[in-house]
Structures are given as C-alpha cells and as structure tokens.
Design a protein around this ligand. Structure first.
Ligand code: ADP
Ligand code: MG
Length: 679
C-alpha cells in the first residue's frame, strides 16, 4: 500500500502548500510595507501616547490617511484588546464591510475571526473578534443589551463629520458612559478640520491632527448650468478618457443613487462600444450601498496596464472609502438626502444640491496621489452663492421615531434635555412621541408599554415593528415577517432586462393577480419561491433577483428568531388576506390615503396630494382607500408599496387616531368602485 506514488503526492502537496505560503507571505509583506506609507504611520507612537494620556481624543485627518484601517490595529498591537474589544463605527454599511475586509487582510486573519463587522441583519463576528467594525446604528442597538458597553475597551466613533442620526445619538450615549467607565477610551475621528465643535462637546477633549499629504487640485466649473447633469457627467468622463492617456489616472464620478449609477453604467457601456479599438479599455466600477458584496471588491482592484477605471459612486466615496489612483473627479453637485416635514410627519428622499464642504471633499479625492482635477458641473456662481456651507445634520431633517423608541428602551425619558450636539427641532421630537403613542409603544405618560418593548427588539422602523407585533393578534405572523423581510430589501426584487420588458412585466403581474396589492404580491413572490425549495431557476424564469431573495430569506430567518424572543408564536393564516391586511394597517395606519376625483390621492391625517407609484400593482386599479409603505418624491410625490384597505378598519384599529368623520365617504358612498375618478 505504501507506494512511492503516495510519497510523491505528499511531496507535491507540501511543496504547493509551501509555494502558496510564500506567495501569501510576499503579499502579506507588501501589505505591511503599504501600511507604513500611510500618512498616519509616522504618528503611530505619538498617537498611542495621546490615547494613553487622555480618555477622550478627537482625531482629525484627511480621507485616506489611515484613520479607519490603522488606528484600531495600532491599539490592538499596543495591547488594548487584552481588556476588551475595539469597536469602530461607520455611517455606511458598505464602508464597515469593506474596511473590515481590508484590515483582516492586513492582519493576515480570516474575516469574522479577529476582525469582523456587524451591520443590520448581518453579523460577521465571532467569539474571537477583537476589532469590530460596525455601522453606527448597530452600536446604538448594542446599548440595549449592554448599556455600559462593558465588553469594549475602546470605542472609535469614526466619520464623525458625517453627523448621521445614529452618530449624533451615540455622541450623547458614549459621553455619558465615559463618565462612569474611566477605563474606556473614546476616539472621535473626522475627516474635516472642523473639529473644534467635537472637542467642545466632549468637554474640551484634545485634538490630534494627522497632517495630510494633499496635492493641488484644479477646479473647473461649467460656464452655464447643466440641464441634464447625468448626461453631462457621462460626456465629461468620456472626454477625459479619449483625450488623456489612461496611465494619467482614473476617474471618479459622484452620482446620487443606485438607479442613476445603473443608467450611467449602461450608457457608458453603449458609448464606449462605439469608440473602436484605438481607445483604451474603460473599466466601469459602480459602488453604492446595496451593491452585492462580491462586486464591491472590484473598485479596489488595481487598474490593469493600458486600461482606465471609471468609478461611479454615491456619496460613499466622499470620505468613507478611499480609492487609490483617482486623478479626475466629476462632481454634478447633487446627492440624495432625507428630508422631513415635522408638521406633517412626512419623510421623503430628495435629490438635493450638496454643501460647499461636500463639494470640497469630493474635489479632494482627486489630489491624493498627485495633482488632480475636479470638474464641477455647475457654475462658479452657483458654488459661491447657492450652496450651503455645511450639510445640515441628519438629526435636524429626519423622522425621530426610531431613535426615540431606542432611547426610551434605554431608560432615557427626558428627551428634551438629552445632551444633543445639535438638538433636533422640538416639533420633530414631539411628532415622534405622538407617533409612538399612536402605535401603542408609549402610554399617555410617555412610558414604554409592553408593545413598545416588543417593538424595540426589532431593528426596523417602528411602523414595521408594530406591524409584526400586531400580527400576533391576527394570527398571521408567518406571513407578516415575510412581507417585512421583502419590504426591507428595497426595490431590487424584480428586474427588467431591456430586451425582455414585456416578459418581465407579465411575470410581475402574475403576482398581482386579483389586485391583491403590493404587500400581498411580495408575500406571494416569497412563498412561491419557498415552494420551489428556493430555486434559482424559478427566480430566472420570473425575472426576480435571486440575490435579493436570498437576502430576504436571511432577514426573514432573523425576524423569526426575534419573534421567539418577544414570545410571539409563528402562526400562518395565509387564506385570510383581510387578517394580513389588518396587521399591515395596524402598523401603517398613519400612512392612509383616499382617492380623489382626479385619480390622485389625499393623505387622510395631514392632507397632502400623493399618487400611486407606476410600479405598483394598483397603479391602474386606483382603490378608494389605500395604505402605503413609503413616499418617494421624484416628479411627483409617490406612494410606494400600496395595499387597499377598508376605511372602517382605520377606526377599528386606531380609534385614538382616526374618528368616524375622517373616514366618512358621504359623497361617493353608494357609487360602485372606481367611478369617482371619471366624474
Ligand atoms: P481614512 O480612514 O483616514 O480615510 P483608511 O484607513 O480608510 O483612511 O484608508 C487608508 C488606505 O487603505 C487607503 O488609502 C486605501 O489605499 C487603503 N484601503 C482602505 N480600504 C481598502 C479596501 N477595502 N481595499 C483596498 N484598500 C483599502
Ligand atoms: Mg475612514
């Protein structure tokens, strides 16, 4: 049995292993060398000393200086992780994932072991994790289970300048625990020089500045405003590509969101195809929040010789991610921003002009490795006179219901006196309290109820959480968590290839049969997929993104786990659509609207004109009464994900919110359905 062959095999295997090891070793060595070239490296010891000497330190350094990837490693090397984890928060999930992946490479460990990340619905950490990158929202939720963050030795609130809602709330919470946990180190890091404000807030904490290396950036403006900035951006990118040698450097274009990026990608592909072989290859790399993980790595791959990369990015590339090799930045001057009207409680995503601070960050991305150029697709006059100096912190332009529920669960009752860096409008706080009261999460005294406690267990918006908690009563929790999971995916479930639009639309309409409404249609998609044993083939046949479905399944599994935690049984009531719709209404009753004579809708509580989104299965049906998931403002204010309801449900489900007069339909009561819109 012991033949020579065996011996040979062993030898071969071990030599291949040796070879792999030495390749890995040299890659590892290269990474170690790269680490030493970062601007933060010469300050390593000084920085560790400052952290040793002070409990709270504000750290400022240009994007790309190594704050996010290096400082946690330095602290690990200096032994801080012997006392507890190092947590580093990021405002964006993609950044948390990508930075964790990078750091695990640099440390030569498997992602999820010593270095991990935690984002909503995705926990890639383990018992051994000592460097934990996470979204700011996840750290906020960790307070619920560990109010003193006892398992952490250091918390680094990174990208503090972004001033997201969760980061702003974290400021107040970490400031508070630092007082009774003298062993906890607190780092507040920011990419902008406007650090005095952080220092002032944290009781005059010292500021550590990492001097950056920045090359001059030439700024170009357009002579006249651009009517179509997307087209202008594409034309500019192509012009640079065909007139400048590719070795010169790559191009970074700032766009507002996934749809815009996909459109730009398609147009660029079409137009470069027509350029012939004389022009260098243009590699198109999109990056946005929902980009599948396996495609995210592409933007960091070095550009092959003779080719050029064009990165189409959202705001994420402004400061959260650093892409090496960028020489040209194209800045149309817009971003997608949440806006909130505290009077009506309506929230919308709007394409808005960026601030001067943002525009300058964007320009700065081109001057990291050499002199850069930034093309602003607006006029110098626009820049000077129309752009705000700074972006308004999110806390001042968003719905606060979610954080108010979290704070209440943490036992923080006096919200008006919470230590906010910039307080939200009192009106918005009151509105949040009002909504939580209407949903039954708070009682008249503003105290958390049993329903509220259950709702807080779900990492979802309060209306979604309420819908889930209410499904207990209607015995349809099984269906409702599927719907909630599908809603959490966003609008990336169906796809519509250009050459097969009719097929795709028909496939989609199948799920809408009987005008069941969008929520039930989502449920049907999920359960049909489940019936096929989660078949990929089935997804192809029905023009459904299998990746999105897998994510929905994953989220659904987690929601099922949470149901158990709040002691709600998983019960199915699939044949009683009315029960399912009532559960939906129990969470979303504040989002009800009534049909108008002209085919538009009027929201019931704070009358505003809205429309059913063309992608809805009910867009042609126009039921008299509907409940919607969310509003999006594009050319009009659209309701997305819509379901028909009976007006009497509103009074039945939310008698404290709606009175009979709100839902009386006197003029059209006797008319058959649908007639109202033709008269
Ligand atoms: P800062 O937080 O100061 O903006 P980072 O620590 O994020 O800086 O980045 C330092 C360097 O690490 C960047 O210049 C980039 O070259 C590299 N880097 C960061 N993330 C990745 C990644 N996911 N893949 C490859 N390189 C990365
Ligand atoms: Mg960073």
């Amino acid at each position: 049995k012991d033949t020579i062959m065996d011996g040979e095999n062993v030898d071969q295997e071990s030599s291949i292993e040796e070879l792999n090891k030495s390749i890995a070793k040299s890659a590892f060595d290269k990474l170690q060398d790269d680490r030493k070239t970062l601007p933060v490296y010469p300050y390593r010891d000084e920085l560790l000393q400052a952290i040793n000497d002070h409990q709270v330190l504000v750290i400022v350094g240009e994007t790309g200086s190594g704050k996010t990837t290096q400082i946690p490693q330095y602290l690990h090397e200096a032994g801080y992780t012997k006392r507890g984890k190092i947590g580093c928060t990021q405002p964006r999930r993609v950044a948390a994932m990508s930075v964790a992946a990078r750091v695990s490479q640099e440390m030569g460990v498997k992602l999820g072991h010593e270095v991990g990340y935690s984002i909503r619905f995705e926990d890639c950490t383990s018992e051994t994790t000592v460097l934990k990158y996470m979204t700011d929202g996840m750290l906020l939720r960790e307070f619920l289970g560990e109010p003193d963050l006892a398992s952490y030795s250091v918390v680094m609130v990174d990208e503090a300048h972004e001033r997201t809602l969760s980061t702003d709330i974290l400021f107040g919470l970490v400031k508070d625990i630092a007082r009774f946990r003298p062993d906890l180190k607190l780092l507040i890091s920011s990419a902008t020089l406007d650090a005095e404000k952080f220092s002032d807030y944290f009781d005059s904490a010292p500021i550590f500045k990492i001097p950056g290396r920045r090359f001059p950036v030439e700024i170009h403006y357009t002579k006249a405003p651009e009517a179509d900035y997307l087209d202008a951006a594409i034309v500019t990118a192509l012009q640079i590509h065909v007139t400048q040698p590719p070795a010169d450097g790559d191009i970074l274009v700032f766009l507002t969101g996934q749809e815009e990026i996909e459109t730009a990608e398609e147009i660029l592909k079409q137009r470069t195809r027509g350029l012939g072989t004389k022009i260098a290859e243009l590699i198109i790399c999109p990056i946005y929040a929902n980009l599948p993980t396996e495609l995210q790595a592409k933007i960091f791959e070095p550009t092959p010789e003779g080719a050029r990369k064009v990165v189409l990015a959202t705001n994420i590339a402004e400061t959260s991610l650093t892409i090496d090799g960028i020489k040209y930045v194209i800045d149309p001057g817009f971003c997608k921003m949440k806006s909130y009207n505290p009077r009506t409680g309506m929230e919308s995503l709007l394409v808005t002009p960026v601030s001067k601070a943002s525009a300058n960050q964007r320009a700065g991305r081109s001057g990291r490795t050499g002199p850069g150029k930034c093309f602003r697709l607006y006029t110098a006059h626009n820049y000077q006179y129309d752009l705000e100096d700074n972006t308004v912190p999110e806390i001042q332009r968003t719905n606060l219901a979610n954080v108010v529920l979290t704070l209440k669960s943490l036992g923080i009752h006096d919200l008006l006196n919470f230590d906010f860096m910039d307080p939200p409008p009192a009106e918005a706080l009151l509105k949040a309290l009002e909504l939580l009261y209407a949903l039954g999460a708070l009682n008249k005294l503003g105290e958390l109820t049993k329903v509220g406690r259950r709702m807080a267990e779900f990492p979802l918006d309060p209306m979604l959480s309420k819908m889930i908690v209410a499904s207990d009563k209607y015995k349809c929790s099984d269906e409702i968590i599927s719907i909630a999971a599908m809603l959490s995916i966003g609008n990336s479930i169906f796809y519509r290839p250009k050459d097969k639009q009719v097929h795709a639309d028909n496939a989609r309409l199948n799920f809408h049969m009987g005008n069941v409404g969008d929520h039930i249609a989502l449920l049907k998609v999920y359960s049909s997929w489940k019936e096929t044993n989660f078949s990929t083939q089935w997804c192809y046949e029905n023009y459904i993104q299998v990746r999105s479905m897998k994510r929905a399944r994953d989220i659904r599994d987690q929601l099922e786990g949470l149901l158990e935690r709040v002691e709600i049984e998983v019960t199915s009531n699939v044949n009683d659509l009315e029960a399912i719709k009532k559960a939906i209404t129990s969470g979303f009753f504040p989002h009800s609207a009534r049909l108008q004579k002209n085919g538009s809708y009027r929201t019931v509580k704070h009358p505003q004109t809205v429309h059913i989104h063309p992608s809805s299965g009910l867009a042609q049906v126009l039921p008299r009464w509907v409940v919607y998931h969310e509003l999006v403002l594009t050319t009009k204010e659209y309701m997305r994900q819509v379901t028909e309801l009976k007006p009497e449900w509103l009074v039945e489900i939310a008698p404290h919110y709606y009175q009979l007069k709100d839902v009386e339909d006197s003029t059209s009561k006797k008319m058959p359905r649908g007639e109202g819109r033709t008269s």
